[in-house]
Design a protein around this ligand. Structure first.
Ligand code: IPM
Ligand code: MN
Length: 360
């Protein structure tokens, strides 16, 4: 059934514009192939938005996101802010504001491997082959948003606060069980309940919710142990659910299993419009050079079709095209190894071409 899709495109900073351009081309190719009409509108976010209108997530961008069916997001961040800890406005604040204002409480980061990339993983092939799990990171609570946050008057003491409410923990856990029910039926709840009060609330709530899903196995794990297990035995995970900062850290760790940070997409879902973005940052050193890996963003577009539009075939064709590009060794320098490195554009074009020629 053909549909009309309205999406917002927030390219952001650094390599953001180059990689979103490719993901957008792929999105257009899929819409052509399946007979959907695509309307897209671009919005400002990140350092470029600060430079243009003085804030990293302007109201106008928020309104654009609110009236769209999905948001395709590139990356934000600029070294001129990273190196200036006293900057009053920072690009990252835009990302956090967007998450909060759109109510994006769950960030889903699937970790899968690609056969042609196994040799790029720092882990042994037999540990990595077939690893397939989903990290669900709570995205609008914890240390990122807890108050008070700040500095003492003399500037010599600083503090952040990790706050969670029962309701916040419940909704993310229910989501974890929902996805585990569609997968291999195992949930790993990651916390630091031996030390942190907020983690003890997580565990208490998890124990109450676990009994509501008797056909799903629940495993509890401390975050330090989880960090080790992801490396030691990645195949033991199915759905891993955790609070905001733990999830931030563990998913960067998990991404190297695939062989490149440039491969991992994510979906942020919640109360309003969902956002689809690569998990990597703005990689400013590569900006404008046409060398960045567009695959994480292209795969984020696959997640957009699946999660925002429930269009599974469309998502599957993007994945197929991405795998085919890697099998054909049409890859950017981060995964090319000894082989020829293709540009961001060339990889994107190859994938678009694959999709256009595919008989469906
Ligand atoms: C991520 C990023 C962000 C985060 C930064 C850019 C604020 O690292 O999406 O994982 O910490 O959430
Ligand atoms: Mn991160």
């Amino acid at each position: 059934m053909s549909r009309k899709l309205n999406i917002a495109v927030l390219a952001g900073d650094g390599i953001g514009p180059e990689i979103t351009k490719q993901a957008l081309e792929v999105t257009k190719a899929i819409c052509n192939k399946f007979g959907h009409t695509l309307n897209y509108e671009e919005g400002l976010t990140g350092a470029i938005a600060i430079d243009t209108v003085g804030e990293p997530y302007p109201q106008e961008t928020h309104e654009l996101c609110m009236r769209s069916d999905a948001v395709l997001f590139g990356a934000i961040g600029d070294p001129k802010y990273d190196n200036n800890p006293s900057a009053k406005v920072r690009p990252e604040q835009g990302l956090l504001k967007m998450r909060k204002d759109l109510g994006l409480y769950a960030n889903i980061r699937p970790v899968t491997t690609f056969p042609s990339l196994i040799h790029k993983s720092p882990l042994r092939a037999d540990l990595v082959e077939g690893a397939d799990f989903m990290c669900i990171r709570e995205l609008t609570g914890g240390l990122y948003f807890g108050r008070p946050q700040g500095r003492s008057e003399d500037g010599n003491t600083a503090y952040d606060t990790c706050v969670y409410t029962r309701e916040e923990v419940e909704r993310i856990l229910h989501l974890a069980y929902k996805y585990a029910g569609q997968r291999r039926k195992k949930v790993t709840v990651v916390d630091k309940a031996n030390v942190l009060a907020s983690s003890r609330l997580w565990r208490e709530v998890a124990q109450e919710i676990a009994v509501q899903y008797p056909d799903i196995e629940t495993e509890y794990m401390f975050v330090d142990n989880a960090a080790m297990r992801i490396i030691q035995w990645p195949k033991s995970f199915d759905v891993l659910v955790t609070e905001n900062l733990f999830g931030d850290i563990l998913t960067d760790e998990a991404s190297v299993i695939t062989g490149s940070l440039g491969m991992l997409p994510s979906a942020s879902i919640g109360i309003h419009t969902s956002v689809f973005e690569p998990i990597h940052g703005s990689y400013p050193q590569a900006a404008g050079k046409n060398i960045a890996n567009p695959l994480a963003t292209i795969l984020s577009s696959a997640l957009m079709f699946e999660y925002a539009f429930e269009m599974m075939e469309e998502g599957a064709l993007i994945r197929e095209a991405v795998s085919a590009s890697m099998d054909a060794k049409i890859v950017t320098e981060d995964i090319a190894g000894e082989g020829k490195a293709y540009s961001t554009d060339e990889v994107g074009k190859w994938i678009v071409n694959y999709i256009s020629q595919k008989e469906i």
